[in-house]
Design a protein around this ligand. Structure first.
Ligand SMILES: Cc1cc2nc3c(=O)[nH]c(=O)nc-3n(C[C@H](O)[C@H](O)[C@H](O)COP(=O)(O)O)c2cc1C
Length: 188
């Protein structure tokens, strides 16, 4: 298992379409979801929940996505659609659902930040257990028909489809912003 700091300094997303078996065991999945729900959460609102897509449900879901895409745009690029379907061949996809909304005390913005933290903890936990992960949104995250397919309420939103599995691919690093451009010191 990599050291925590090495993990944070080297983790990279791996394209979802490269993800194959093995996926997480039942115990590993439980650890990942426990890590994902162990995030700062002002007011203990748990403004997130998780929907797992695994096993035969993967094909059913990705075929439905294609059907919905074609219903809206019959001329949609078939190649792109089959690439989108391939992402759900990953052993596991966790749909992170945002339940953030108006609250008497906790601003919705803070709830959204907690949802992002849950997504990132899930990605980091997957990598810590030796898997690869890819946090994607795409059109399906913003489509009400997909939300209904997933059983979301009218106020819930998809924060991400987090695809998890194994991959031999070692992607080259992407440029990261130089620290002197993004970190300053407040000196009054
Ligand atoms: C909320 C969110 C949604 C994203 N959706 C997509 C997406 O739909 N397609 C994509 O190529 N990358 C998407 N990304 C970016 C990838 O998750 C990933 O961060 C990036 O490709 C590589 O960065 P990394 O190697 O540091 O993870 C998204 C990132 C975030 C935070």
């Amino acid at each position: 298992m990599p050291e925590a700091i090495d993990l944070l300094l080297t983790r990279r997303s791996v394209p979802a379409f490269t993800l194959t078996e093995p996926g997480p065991s039942k115990e590993q999945l439980e650890q990942m979801l426990t890590a994902a729900s162990r995030v700062p959460d002002h007011g203990k609102l748990a403004p997130w929940r998780f929907i797992l897509i695994e096993g035969p449900a993967r094909k059913t879901f990705s075929a439905k996505l294609t059907e919905l895409a074609l219903a809206e745009r019959p001329d949609a690029d078939r190649q792109k659609l089959s690439e989108d379907e391939k992402k759900f061949d990953a052993p596991l996809t966790v749909v992170v659902v945002s339940r953030s909304g108006p609250h008497v005390k906790i601003p919705e913005w803070e709830q959204n930040l907690s949802v992002g933290a849950a997504c990132m903890n899930l990605v980091a936990a997957a990598h810590a257990l030796g898997f690869k992960a890819n946090w994607l949104t795409g059109w399906g995250s913003y489509d009400r028909r997909v939300a209904e397919l997933l059983g979301l309420s009218s106020t819930e939103k998809v924060a991400g489809f987090i695809h998890i599995g194994s991959s031999d691919m070692v992607p080259a690093d992407r440029p990261r912003p130089p620290l002197d451009e993004i970190a300053t010191r407040w000196i009054g």
